[in-house]
Design a protein around this ligand. Structure first.
Ligand code: PMP
Length: 323
């Protein structure tokens, strides 16, 4: 779908995948005005197709557009585009119990000019690809690397928006994590280098011995994850006391060592809920609990996965039926 100031959104169409011709002076190539979303479509037992909370992705997409001074895609258009793509051929959505169709809506500045100002033209595109389970052979706890040198988002910056630039800035830290044998990077806050914010592509939760669960608050420098919000609802309804609170890395280590912290997990669209086993930085490492997948983590994971796949009831109205 195209956009031009004065004209609005126009020229919506579904086409076979092909390269998009781009002028070398297209604004996105120079000033990185680009945002995206990620969500999944699932096959139901009766052969239908559902998506998990696409309205939440539509709302976040719009908020990201506003932060990047882009023309927002109306939520109705966003949802219609996803539906239209899936309806071309439902066979694109895998039928096996582990698979899903990953959907990637994105929007970028397509106006041809050099100069620092918001573009007056945009392209909104959705691409899709079938994916398998994030974990091959059962859920495995991940190891994380705490980045002390790099932060992901500064106060007043774009941390709460899902824009490509945030990920560009995080890659060097993710590469560092992998060099140290870890799966994911953990970012601390930029102002004080003290509080845990999120992982490279997931939000983070902590489970304590008193039955409470905590996650960092949405201070504007972390992504408001849709899985994060869903987990908060599920956890509260399962009787856990859920807090959004600043939690320092020093406290994380101390609580893990004293046993007050029982479990930690990361969550996001790709891996749903992932136990965190080992935490490493330049000075050493510690394990959370016994380093294995914890009971609370796996209970929440099971409930969320079964709601998403339509094998458990959905009292929250999260599942959107496409076909
Ligand atoms: N934080 C970051 C930086 C992410 O890239 C993602 C993945 N979109 C998340 C958190 C989790 O968000 P969601 O649950 O909406 O996938």
């Amino acid at each position: 779908v195209r956009y031009a100031d004065g004209k609005g959104w126009y020229d919506a169409r579904v086409e076979a995948r092909a390269p998009i011709p781009m002028d070398p002076a297209s604004a996105v190539l120079h000033y990185a005005q680009e945002i995206f979303e990620g969500l999944k479509a699932y096959r139901t037992a009766d052969g239908g197709v559902t998506m998990f909370r696409p309205d939440a992705n539509a709302a976040r997409f719009r908020a990201s557009a506003q932060r990047l001074a882009m023309a927002p895609v109306p939520p109705r258009l966003f949802l219609d585009a996803l539906d239209a793509l899936i309806k071309v051929d439902r066979e694109w959505v895998p039928t096996d119990a582990e698979g899903s169709l990953y959907l990637r809506p994105f929007q970028y500045a397509s106006e041809v000019f050099l100069g620092v100002k918001p573009s007056s033209e945009y392209l909104f595109v959705v691409i899709a690809s079938p994916v398998g389970n994030y974990f091959k052979g059962g859920v495995q706890p991940v190891s994380v690397w705490v980045s002390r040198e790099y932060t992901r988002a500064a106060p007043g910056g774009t941390g709460a928006a899902k824009c490509g630039g945030n990920y560009a800035a995080s890659l060097v830290a993710q590469a560092e994590a992998m060099e140290h044998g870890c799966d994911q990077v953990v970012f601390l806050d930029a102002a004080q280098q003290r509080y845990v914010e999120e992982l490279g592509g997931m939000n983070v939760f902590f489970v304590f011995d008193d039955g409470s669960i905590a996650t960092p608050p949405l201070t504007g420098t972390i992504l408001p994850g849709i899985t994060r919000e869903s987990v908060m609802r599920l956890a509260a309804d399962r009787g856990y006391k859920v807090r959004e609170e600043l939690y320092s890395y020093d406290q994380w280590r101390a609580d893990a060592e004293s046993g007050r912290l029982r479990e930690a997990f990361a969550c996001g669209t790709a891996a749903v809920i992932t136990p965190i086993g080992t935490v490493r930085d330049h000075d050493g490492e510690f394990t959370v609990g016994d380093g294995k997948a914890g009971e609370v983590t796996m209970g929440l994971r099971e409930q969320l996965v079964t709601i998403q796949r339509g094998t458990a009831p959905d009292p929250y109205g999260w599942v959107h039926r496409v076909l």
